[in-house]
Design a protein around this ligand. Structure first.
Ligand SMILES: *[C@@H]1O[C@H](CO)[C@@H](O)[C@H](O)[C@H]1NC(C)=O
Ligand SMILES: *[C@@H]1O[C@H](CO)[C@@H](O)[C@H](O)[C@H]1NC(C)=O
Ligand SMILES: *[C@@H]1O[C@H](CO)[C@@H](O)[C@H](O)[C@H]1NC(C)=O
Length: 611
């Protein structure tokens, strides 16, 4: 993960980076920082200025400095990973490979065909000197953050992986660059006319008709005049479209299952040979996605193997089905001598009430029977649902492979610490998102990914800080396999048709709802978020299946949602964890409890406003 930034303006005075934004970028790429400036004067004697600032997080192979500049003065900034599509040789670096391909691409369709080939997450900025244009954009799902800020008065545009919250003083606000395609900005038009002229090349599924040239692109600055290229150029979507087939199949006899779902119910379903085949196909494709994300890629095989002591891989681990299956698959591909960190976050439950109030027991106590006279003790104040399921699932993983060492990292967060770090860092990373839900998830993911807590050493709990640079997260499973309660609501009111529409909508908005934010949050620790459920092959596989193969919402909670994934976990040998019901992170970690419980998730969150 890297921090990339570009300031474009018509006055050289404007082109400096605000200190705070610079610091935030550096935290994403602590290994190497460099700036390049470009000034170009057009034949009308008008100029534009570009400042490129890149901050590199070194992951594997030899360190590759950025920005990369070629002999023609083209400048390339890359915050991404090539996991496939474009060959990257043993001794090569993906940043270099891409820069070289782009150097050989003059025309837009050549640039687009390079980008269309990449499999993996990315955001990039590319300055094409001879053409006087600036390319930028995010991958199909928007797995990497990219923000922009436009100021027509100053004739200024800034692109950056991360920003700082702008107080409401009238300064131009930042926005996430919509992950609808890649953009090409005409710098000559900026210098000569002071206009922000963008051409957008949208992502299109093969066989689909591109949107009409008059299409309104949402989320773009009103200053920008955005056109589609009249020759109809676009990027090829890296996944197949969603299967919308809804023929009702014969519902399963409900009495075949007990009301309390169990692993045995899954065994019953797995007896069907067809089902089992699909389940194994999912395991195969997901396993490969995890492998690509946990094993050293070509560049590193030549280097001596890193020492066993080092932990390279961490997993955001609630103990729920998504995280458990990632852990079980990572276990297949990480050398057995290597420890894997399981990051489990808990926010402190309410303080114990005094004697008089024992009748109004805080709800949190329901989790475990505790002595009503004393309320929760200091240690079970962190016994939140995700801690309990996390420990239970850990046992299953240990049983699955007794030779593997797992570090179950208990990350306990108090209210004071939460408030301090929110003000200092997290609010700036969540920005420009701003809801109560963004705040809760942003804070929970920030503490989890930081990985500072305790872990067992022998029979003792010792202070521990995870140093793993790769953090796997289960995001994308709920969106594709109908894990959210709103999927159930939609199914109950509008049947399979409604459910399919909900799934289309979820995947379409995952970049603006989650991915940009989570990338900014996790990147802040100098770590890289990786999303196996959003691997192109996994998405294509799941998109290809009819919806009823993925979920059966006529079955009870803990079974019906994400059914296919539960079956896969069972097939891998997991036990009770396969039927834990879905619990959203803000509730599982109890962060939502810590704050005003009466807020709605979609409300604007006042706590995020820093000034
Ligand atoms: C390319 O170099 C960057 C920066 O040194 C590094 O983070 C990345 O992992 C390298 N990629 C490959 C494929 O070696
Ligand atoms: C569309 O792209 C072609 C080159 O691929 C270019 O010649 C043409 O000017 C572009 N159209 C617009 C409206 O910019
Ligand atoms: C963290 O919380 C757990 C409860 O899940 C508790 O057992 C442990 O003692 C706590 N650790 C610290 C350092 O507070």
């Amino acid at each position: 993960m890297c921090g990339i930034c570009c300031v474009v303006s018509t006055s050289s005075v404007c082109s400096a980076l605000e200190t705070r934004a610079y610091e935030n970028l550096r935290k994403r790429g602590p290994c190497y920082s460099q700036e390049i400036r470009k000034t170009m004067t057009t034949n009308k004697d008008l100029s534009y200025h570009c400042l490129f600032s890149a901050h590199v997080l070194h992951m594997r192979g030899p360190m590759t400095p950025q920005p990369v500049e070629d002999d023609s003065g083209n400048v390339f900034l890359w915050n991404g990973e090539v996991f496939g599509g474009l060959p990257v040789g043993q001794e090569e670096n993906d940043t270099h490979v891409l820069a070289q391909h782009l150097s050989h691409s003059q025309l837009p369709d050549e640039v687009l065909s390079v980008l269309s080939r990449v499999r993996g997450p990315w955001a990039f900025i590319y300055y094409q000197a001879a053409q006087n244009c600036l390319w930028f954009g995010r991958d199909f799902f928007g797995r990497r953050s990219l923000l922009w800020q436009c100021s027509p008065e100053q004739r200024l545009m800034v692109l950056s992986s991360v920003a700082t919250a702008v107080p409401c003083t009238g300064d131009p606000q930042w926005q996430e660059v919509p992950a609808v395609g890649v953009y090409r900005m005409n710098l000559r038009a900026l210098a000569e006319l002071g206009s922000l002229t963008l051409e957008v090349y949208p992502w299109i599924h093969t066989g689909d008709v591109p949107p009409p040239a008059s299409h309104k692109w949402e989320g773009l600055s009103s200053w920008a005049s955005v056109t589609m290229n009249d020759s109809g150029l676009f990027l090829c979507a890296p996944v197949c479209p969603l299967n919308r087939e809804v023929t009702e199949i014969c519902p399963l006899p409900l009495d075949a299952f007990s009301p309390q779902p169990s692993a045995e119910d899954l065994d019953t379903l797995l007896q069907c040979g067809e089902k089992r085949k699909t389940v194994n196909q999912l395991i195969e494709v997901l396993s490969e996605a995890v492998r690509r994300r946990v094993q050293c890629l070509p560049g590193e095989t030549a280097a001596p193997p890193p020492s066993d002591e080092e932990v390279d891989i961490a997993i955001l681990f609630s103990g729920g089905i998504d995280s458990v299956i990632l852990a079980a698959l990572a276990d297949r591909h990480v050398p057995v001598g290597k420890t894997i960190d399981l990051l489990n976050v808990a926010f402190k439950l309410q303080e114990p009430k005094k004697q008089k109030e024992t009748s109004k027991k805080p709800k949190g106590n329901k989790l475990k029977p505790v002595d009503t006279d004393t309320g929760p003790t200091e240690s079970d104040a962190f016994g939140v649902p995700d801690r309990i399921t996390g420990r239970a699932s850990l046992k299953e993983l240990q049983a699955l492979n007794p030779d593997r060492r797992w570090n179950f990292v208990e990350i306990n967060v108090t209210r004071e610490e939460l408030q301090e770090m929110r003000l200092k860092s997290i609010s700036h990373l969540v920005y420009p998102l701003e809801t109560v839900l963004d705040d809760s998830i942003g804070c929970a993911v920030w503490f989890a990914a930081r990985g500072v807590g305790t872990a067992a050493e022998g029979t003792e709990q010792k202070a521990y800080a995870s140093a793993a640079k790769v953090v796997l997260t289960g995001i994308g499973a709920d969106e594709q396999l109908a894990g959210y309660s709103r999927h159930r609501v939609r199914y109950n009111t509008a049947g399979l048709d409604g459910l399919v529409q909900e799934l289309v909508m979820e995947l379409g908005r995952i970049s603006s709802r989650n991915l940009g934010r989570d990338d900014r949050i996790i990147g802040d620790h100098g770590k890289e978020a990786r999303f196996p459920f959003l691997d192109e092959d996994v998405v294509s596989f799941l998109n290809g299946l009819p919806v009823w193969e993925k979920a059966d919402l006529s079955l009870p909670r803990g079974l019906g949602e994400k059914l296919l994934l539960r079956l896969a976990a069972r097939e891998l040998g997991l036990g009770p964890s396969t039927t834990f019901p879905k619990r959203a992170m803000q509730f599982g970690s109890r962060i939502a409890k810590l704050e005003n419980g009466r807020e709605r998730a979609s409300d604007k969150c006042n706590r995020l406003h820093t000034a």
